[in-house]
Write a new protein. Structure first.
Length: 260
């Protein structure tokens, strides 16, 4: 790995660096926390993924698992790559070379799955009229922001670590990221990183700020019960059958459908 700055301490910090790499992240994190509290108090009934499974399921059947499996792998990769210092992985016998080789391969597979899945989810949203009509303002912010974050992430990986000379983001981007959470911001650590990594990190923080106001809140409802829950039974109204008449109005309920 090369292209990492020789000394972060020697780097100077400009006003723009403070704004981009300290103020913006903290504002986004504050909106993330306060926004979740607000949403929980205001809109518990709307706290769902707002699934469109009943409107379209052919693309969803492939797009959703691809996106979610890719996302779980990417999240796991980010936890190790951003939160765990390289001295720790080396201490347990994982060399720098082994880490980066694994990160590039696993990250690329995960990233491609996420991009393909998200592409399908966006395509069905644009191409299926009924879903398009149900797309609200929060979706119009969420889908482009999510796509930008994912595409910038995979482009940074491809440009620098798959096809490029290699960039050691663990000694720059990761140092900056951890600094925010231990309340010792180090804007100089990311100020010299390649533009793609910077744009990716910024768009991720904007995504965090938008998160509580979108369908992404469903992530915190950990739908583990989905795996074992019984099927939901939907009954559709069809040709009227003789049913009891109440107050001059006749209702019929026949036929049934099952959906997972
Ligand atoms: C501030 C938070 C984030 C930072 C600092 C960050 C940083 C990074 C870095 C350094 C890489 C390159 C990994 C490599 O080359 O091995 C990367 C890749 C990637 N990131 Fe992020 N990321 C953040 C949040 C996110 C979020 C929220 C998403 C998705 C919604 C995301 C999606 C991706 C994808 C798809 C890749 C390419 C595949 C991979 O290498 O895992 N990132 N990110």
């Amino acid at each position: 790995m090369n292209a990492a700055p020789a000394s972060l301490a020697a780097a100077s910090t400009s006003g723009a660096d403070l704004l981009l790499w300290v103020a913006v992240p903290y504002i986004c994190l504050a909106v993330f926390v306060v926004g979740h509290v607000w949403r929980y108090r205001q809109d518990q009934f709307g706290w769902t993924s707002r699934t469109t499974q009943l409107l379209e399921h052919r693309w969803l059947r492939f797009g959703s698992p691809l996106f979610h499996v890719g996302a779980f792998m990417v999240i796991a990769g980010h936890v190790v790559g951003l939160a765990v210092p390289d001295s720790w992985t080396e201490a347990v016998g994982i060399t720098e070379h082994a880490y980066h080789t694994t990160a590039v391969w696993a990250g690329s597979v995960a990233g491609v799955a996420m991009v393909a899945g998200l592409g399908m989810l966006c395509a069905r949203r644009l191409l299926t009229r009924r879903i398009r009509l149900g797309t609200d303002r929060s979706d119009k912010v969420l889908f482009p922001l999510l796509s930008a974050t994912v595409v910038l992430g995979i482009t940074a990986t491809a440009a620098h670590n798959v096809f490029g000379a290699g960039y050691d983001y663990r000694s720059t981007v990761s140092v900056w990221f951890r600094g925010l959470f231990v309340l010792q911001p180090q804007p100089e650590a990311i100020a010299g990183a390649p533009l793609l990594f910077q744009l990716h990190a910024l768009s991720a923080f904007l995504l965090f700020a938008a998160w509580p106001f979108t369908r992404l809140v469903h992530v915190w409802s950990a739908p583990i019960g989905y795996l074992a829950r019984p099927y939901l039974v939907y009954r559709r109204r069809s040709a009227p059958v003789s049913a009891p008449t109440t107050g001059g109005r006749t209702r019929s309920a026949s036929g049934s459908g099952r959906a997972a």
